[in-house]
Design a protein around this ligand. Structure first.
Ligand code: NAI
Length: 256
Protein backbone atom coordinates (compact mmCIF):
# COMPACT_ATOMS: atom_id res chain seq x y z
CA UNK A 1 0.00 0.00 0.00
CA UNK A 2 1.31 3.47 -0.93
CA UNK A 3 1.85 5.56 2.25
CA UNK A 4 -0.47 8.57 2.72
CA UNK A 5 1.28 11.95 2.43
CA UNK A 6 2.17 13.83 5.60
CA UNK A 7 0.45 17.15 4.92
CA UNK A 8 2.21 18.94 7.79
CA UNK A 9 5.67 18.32 6.36
CA UNK A 10 5.28 17.79 2.61
CA UNK A 11 6.76 21.23 1.80
CA UNK A 12 9.55 21.08 4.39
CA UNK A 13 12.80 22.41 2.91
CA UNK A 14 10.88 24.11 0.05
CA UNK A 15 10.80 27.87 -0.53
CA UNK A 16 7.63 29.37 -2.03
CA UNK A 17 6.88 32.80 -3.49
CA UNK A 18 3.21 33.86 -3.59
CA UNK A 19 2.23 37.06 -5.41
CA UNK A 20 -0.83 38.96 -4.22
CA UNK A 21 -0.35 37.27 -0.84
CA UNK A 22 -1.68 40.12 1.33
CA UNK A 23 -5.32 39.25 0.68
CA UNK A 24 -7.90 36.70 -0.43
CA UNK A 25 -6.75 33.66 -2.38
CA UNK A 26 -3.03 34.50 -2.24
CA UNK A 27 -3.14 34.87 1.54
CA UNK A 28 -4.94 31.52 1.91
CA UNK A 29 -2.32 29.86 -0.34
CA UNK A 30 0.58 31.37 1.64
CA UNK A 31 -1.00 30.10 4.88
CA UNK A 32 -1.62 26.63 3.40
CA UNK A 33 1.96 26.29 2.12
CA UNK A 34 3.34 27.45 5.48
CA UNK A 35 1.12 24.89 7.22
CA UNK A 36 2.77 22.27 5.00
CA UNK A 37 6.23 23.32 6.17
CA UNK A 38 7.29 25.66 3.33
CA UNK A 39 9.27 28.84 3.90
CA UNK A 40 7.05 31.48 2.30
CA UNK A 41 7.72 34.84 0.68
CA UNK A 42 4.54 36.94 0.66
CA UNK A 43 4.81 39.47 -2.17
CA UNK A 44 2.29 42.24 -2.74
CA UNK A 45 1.72 45.82 -3.83
CA UNK A 46 0.17 46.17 -0.36
CA UNK A 47 3.46 45.91 1.50
CA UNK A 48 1.94 46.53 4.95
CA UNK A 49 -0.68 43.83 4.40
CA UNK A 50 2.00 41.36 3.27
CA UNK A 51 4.12 42.23 6.31
CA UNK A 52 1.18 41.75 8.71
CA UNK A 53 0.45 38.34 7.16
CA UNK A 54 4.13 37.32 7.28
CA UNK A 55 4.37 38.43 10.94
CA UNK A 56 1.32 36.36 11.80
CA UNK A 57 2.81 33.26 10.13
CA UNK A 58 6.13 33.85 11.89
CA UNK A 59 4.34 34.06 15.27
CA UNK A 60 2.76 30.70 14.44
CA UNK A 61 6.21 29.17 13.95
CA UNK A 62 6.53 29.37 10.15
CA UNK A 63 9.41 30.87 8.21
CA UNK A 64 7.86 33.80 6.34
CA UNK A 65 9.02 37.10 4.85
CA UNK A 66 7.18 39.97 3.17
CA UNK A 67 8.38 41.45 -0.12
CA UNK A 68 7.23 44.62 -1.88
CA UNK A 69 6.08 43.79 -5.40
CA UNK A 70 4.41 45.43 -8.36
CA UNK A 71 3.92 42.68 -10.95
CA UNK A 72 3.42 45.27 -13.72
CA UNK A 73 7.06 46.38 -13.28
CA UNK A 74 9.68 43.86 -14.51
CA UNK A 75 12.39 45.40 -12.29
CA UNK A 76 10.17 45.03 -9.21
CA UNK A 77 9.48 41.38 -10.09
CA UNK A 78 13.19 40.69 -10.57
CA UNK A 79 13.96 42.31 -7.19
CA UNK A 80 11.21 40.34 -5.42
CA UNK A 81 12.45 37.01 -6.78
CA UNK A 82 16.05 37.92 -5.90
CA UNK A 83 15.06 39.08 -2.41
CA UNK A 84 13.13 35.83 -1.82
CA UNK A 85 16.08 33.67 -2.90
CA UNK A 86 18.55 35.78 -0.87
CA UNK A 87 16.49 35.77 2.34
CA UNK A 88 15.12 32.22 2.19
CA UNK A 89 18.05 30.57 0.42
CA UNK A 90 16.36 29.21 -2.75
CA UNK A 91 13.16 29.20 -4.78
CA UNK A 92 11.26 25.98 -5.53
CA UNK A 93 7.59 26.97 -5.73
CA UNK A 94 5.78 30.02 -7.10
CA UNK A 95 2.15 31.08 -7.26
CA UNK A 96 1.40 33.86 -9.72
CA UNK A 97 -1.81 35.05 -8.18
CA UNK A 98 -1.72 38.89 -8.02
CA UNK A 99 -4.64 40.29 -9.99
CA UNK A 100 -7.28 42.99 -10.29
CA UNK A 101 -10.84 43.03 -11.57
CA UNK A 102 -11.18 46.26 -13.53
CA UNK A 103 -14.38 48.03 -14.58
CA UNK A 104 -17.53 46.31 -15.84
CA UNK A 105 -18.35 47.90 -19.18
CA UNK A 106 -19.30 46.62 -22.65
CA UNK A 107 -16.37 46.21 -25.00
CA UNK A 108 -17.17 49.23 -27.22
CA UNK A 109 -17.08 51.57 -24.23
CA UNK A 110 -14.44 49.74 -22.15
CA UNK A 111 -11.90 52.44 -21.15
CA UNK A 112 -8.54 51.86 -22.90
CA UNK A 113 -6.54 52.91 -19.81
CA UNK A 114 -8.36 50.27 -17.74
CA UNK A 115 -7.72 47.72 -20.51
CA UNK A 116 -3.98 48.38 -20.28
CA UNK A 117 -3.99 48.31 -16.45
CA UNK A 118 -5.82 44.96 -16.29
CA UNK A 119 -3.66 43.36 -19.01
CA UNK A 120 -0.48 44.74 -17.38
CA UNK A 121 -1.41 43.22 -14.02
CA UNK A 122 -3.22 39.99 -14.91
CA UNK A 123 -1.28 38.88 -18.01
CA UNK A 124 2.01 40.81 -18.28
CA UNK A 125 2.44 40.30 -14.52
CA UNK A 126 2.37 36.51 -14.94
CA UNK A 127 4.84 36.73 -17.86
CA UNK A 128 7.30 38.92 -15.88
CA UNK A 129 6.95 36.58 -12.91
CA UNK A 130 7.65 33.45 -14.97
CA UNK A 131 10.67 35.09 -16.62
CA UNK A 132 12.34 35.65 -13.25
CA UNK A 133 11.00 32.69 -11.29
CA UNK A 134 12.00 30.02 -13.82
CA UNK A 135 15.77 30.66 -13.70
CA UNK A 136 15.65 30.86 -9.89
CA UNK A 137 13.70 27.58 -9.65
CA UNK A 138 16.06 25.85 -12.11
CA UNK A 139 19.03 27.10 -10.07
CA UNK A 140 17.40 25.58 -6.96
CA UNK A 141 17.07 22.16 -8.58
CA UNK A 142 13.49 22.36 -9.92
CA UNK A 143 10.00 22.78 -8.55
CA UNK A 144 6.53 23.86 -9.57
CA UNK A 145 4.51 26.94 -10.49
CA UNK A 146 0.79 27.69 -10.32
CA UNK A 147 -0.75 30.55 -12.31
CA UNK A 148 -4.11 31.90 -11.17
CA UNK A 149 -6.57 32.02 -14.05
CA UNK A 150 -10.36 32.32 -13.67
CA UNK A 151 -13.61 30.97 -15.07
CA UNK A 152 -13.19 33.99 -17.36
CA UNK A 153 -10.20 32.11 -18.83
CA UNK A 154 -12.45 29.48 -20.34
CA UNK A 155 -15.85 31.26 -20.57
CA UNK A 156 -16.71 34.76 -21.69
CA UNK A 157 -18.29 37.08 -19.12
CA UNK A 158 -20.13 40.16 -20.39
CA UNK A 159 -18.55 43.45 -19.28
CA UNK A 160 -15.03 42.26 -18.46
CA UNK A 161 -13.24 42.22 -21.83
CA UNK A 162 -9.77 42.97 -20.44
CA UNK A 163 -10.08 40.55 -17.52
CA UNK A 164 -11.32 37.71 -19.77
CA UNK A 165 -8.66 38.38 -22.42
CA UNK A 166 -5.90 38.46 -19.79
CA UNK A 167 -7.10 35.27 -18.07
CA UNK A 168 -7.47 33.40 -21.39
CA UNK A 169 -3.87 34.49 -22.02
CA UNK A 170 -2.77 33.05 -18.67
CA UNK A 171 -3.92 29.59 -19.81
CA UNK A 172 -1.95 29.89 -23.07
CA UNK A 173 1.11 31.06 -21.20
CA UNK A 174 0.78 28.19 -18.71
CA UNK A 175 0.49 25.53 -21.41
CA UNK A 176 3.40 26.94 -23.42
CA UNK A 177 5.77 27.34 -20.48
CA UNK A 178 4.83 23.86 -19.23
CA UNK A 179 5.98 22.36 -22.57
CA UNK A 180 9.26 24.23 -22.39
CA UNK A 181 10.13 23.21 -18.81
CA UNK A 182 8.46 19.78 -18.37
CA UNK A 183 11.71 17.93 -19.03
CA UNK A 184 13.74 20.38 -16.95
CA UNK A 185 12.10 19.70 -13.62
CA UNK A 186 9.55 22.52 -13.42
CA UNK A 187 5.84 21.70 -13.55
CA UNK A 188 3.58 24.63 -14.48
CA UNK A 189 -0.20 24.48 -14.06
CA UNK A 190 -3.15 26.85 -13.77
CA UNK A 191 -6.15 27.06 -11.47
CA UNK A 192 -9.54 28.16 -12.82
CA UNK A 193 -11.55 29.42 -9.84
CA UNK A 194 -15.23 30.28 -10.05
CA UNK A 195 -16.32 33.29 -8.01
CA UNK A 196 -14.53 33.14 -4.67
CA UNK A 197 -15.58 35.13 -1.62
CA UNK A 198 -12.66 37.57 -1.30
CA UNK A 199 -12.18 41.37 -1.16
CA UNK A 200 -12.10 41.30 -5.00
CA UNK A 201 -15.90 40.97 -4.82
CA UNK A 202 -16.26 43.72 -2.19
CA UNK A 203 -17.96 46.06 -4.68
CA UNK A 204 -20.78 43.61 -5.41
CA UNK A 205 -24.09 44.53 -3.70
CA UNK A 206 -26.47 41.91 -2.30
CA UNK A 207 -28.32 41.44 -5.64
CA UNK A 208 -25.07 41.07 -7.57
CA UNK A 209 -23.83 38.52 -5.02
CA UNK A 210 -27.04 36.51 -5.46
CA UNK A 211 -26.57 36.64 -9.24
CA UNK A 212 -22.99 35.42 -8.88
CA UNK A 213 -24.05 32.60 -6.56
CA UNK A 214 -26.68 31.46 -9.12
CA UNK A 215 -23.88 30.95 -11.69
CA UNK A 216 -22.58 28.05 -9.60
CA UNK A 217 -24.60 24.81 -9.60
CA UNK A 218 -23.08 24.12 -6.17
CA UNK A 219 -25.27 27.00 -4.91
CA UNK A 220 -22.62 29.15 -3.25
CA UNK A 221 -19.42 31.10 -3.80
CA UNK A 222 -16.10 29.34 -3.26
CA UNK A 223 -13.77 29.91 -0.31
CA UNK A 224 -10.14 31.03 -0.67
CA UNK A 225 -9.11 27.93 1.31
CA UNK A 226 -10.71 25.69 -1.34
CA UNK A 227 -8.50 27.26 -4.02
CA UNK A 228 -5.49 27.02 -1.69
CA UNK A 229 -6.00 23.27 -1.28
CA UNK A 230 -5.82 22.76 -5.06
CA UNK A 231 -2.73 24.98 -5.24
CA UNK A 232 -1.09 22.88 -2.53
CA UNK A 233 -1.85 19.71 -4.47
CA UNK A 234 -0.45 21.11 -7.73
CA UNK A 235 2.71 22.34 -5.99
CA UNK A 236 3.28 19.06 -4.16
CA UNK A 237 4.96 15.89 -5.34
CA UNK A 238 1.48 14.34 -5.31
CA UNK A 239 1.02 16.09 -8.68
CA UNK A 240 4.34 14.81 -10.05
CA UNK A 241 2.95 13.97 -13.54
CA UNK A 242 0.59 16.98 -13.77
CA UNK A 243 1.86 19.57 -16.24
CA UNK A 244 0.18 22.31 -18.29
CA UNK A 245 -3.27 21.66 -16.87
CA UNK A 246 -6.09 24.00 -15.84
CA UNK A 247 -7.83 22.86 -12.65
CA UNK A 248 -11.39 24.05 -12.05
CA UNK A 249 -12.34 25.02 -8.51
CA UNK A 250 -15.73 26.41 -9.44
CA UNK A 251 -18.76 24.59 -8.03
CA UNK A 252 -19.47 23.24 -11.58
CA UNK A 253 -19.71 26.77 -13.06
CA UNK A 254 -17.75 25.87 -16.22
CA UNK A 255 -19.37 22.44 -16.55
CA UNK A 256 -22.66 24.00 -17.75
P1 NAI B 1 -7.83 40.19 -3.70
O1 NAI B 1 -8.17 41.55 -4.20
O2 NAI B 1 -8.38 39.73 -2.40
O3 NAI B 1 -6.23 39.99 -3.68
C1 NAI B 1 -5.43 40.37 -4.75
C2 NAI B 1 -4.09 40.80 -4.21
O4 NAI B 1 -3.26 41.15 -5.33
C3 NAI B 1 -4.16 42.04 -3.31
O5 NAI B 1 -3.47 41.80 -2.10
C4 NAI B 1 -3.51 43.13 -4.13
O6 NAI B 1 -2.83 44.11 -3.35
C5 NAI B 1 -2.55 42.33 -4.98
N1 NAI B 1 -2.16 43.05 -6.19
C6 NAI B 1 -2.95 43.76 -7.04
N2 NAI B 1 -2.22 44.32 -8.00
C7 NAI B 1 -0.92 43.97 -7.76
C8 NAI B 1 0.30 44.26 -8.41
N3 NAI B 1 0.36 45.06 -9.49
N4 NAI B 1 1.44 43.73 -7.91
C9 NAI B 1 1.40 42.94 -6.81
N5 NAI B 1 0.27 42.65 -6.14
C10 NAI B 1 -0.88 43.17 -6.61
O7 NAI B 1 -8.29 39.21 -4.89
P2 NAI B 1 -8.48 37.62 -4.94
O8 NAI B 1 -9.92 37.37 -5.12
O9 NAI B 1 -7.75 36.96 -3.85
O10 NAI B 1 -7.78 37.32 -6.34
C11 NAI B 1 -6.54 36.66 -6.45
C12 NAI B 1 -6.42 36.11 -7.86
O11 NAI B 1 -7.47 35.19 -8.11
C13 NAI B 1 -6.51 37.18 -8.96
O12 NAI B 1 -5.62 36.86 -10.00
C14 NAI B 1 -7.95 37.04 -9.45
O13 NAI B 1 -8.10 37.46 -10.79
C15 NAI B 1 -8.14 35.53 -9.31
N6 NAI B 1 -9.53 35.12 -9.25
C16 NAI B 1 -10.35 35.59 -8.25
C17 NAI B 1 -11.68 35.21 -8.25
C18 NAI B 1 -12.64 35.70 -7.22
O14 NAI B 1 -13.86 35.51 -7.44
N7 NAI B 1 -12.22 36.29 -6.12
C19 NAI B 1 -12.22 34.31 -9.27
C20 NAI B 1 -11.25 33.85 -10.23
C21 NAI B 1 -9.96 34.25 -10.21
Amino acid sequence: MQPAPDYATEFAGRVALVTGAASGIGLAIARRLAAGGAAVSLADLDEDGAQRAADQLTEQGARAVAVALDVTDPASVEAAVQSTADRLGALHLAVNNAGIGGPVEPTATYPPDAWHRVIATNLDGVFHSLRHELPAILASGGGAIVNMASSCAVNGFAGVAAYAAAKHGVIGLTKTASLEYAARGVRINAIVPGFIDTPLLADADENQRKRLIRLHPAGRLGLPEEVAETAAFLLSDRASFTHGSAHHVDGAYAAQ
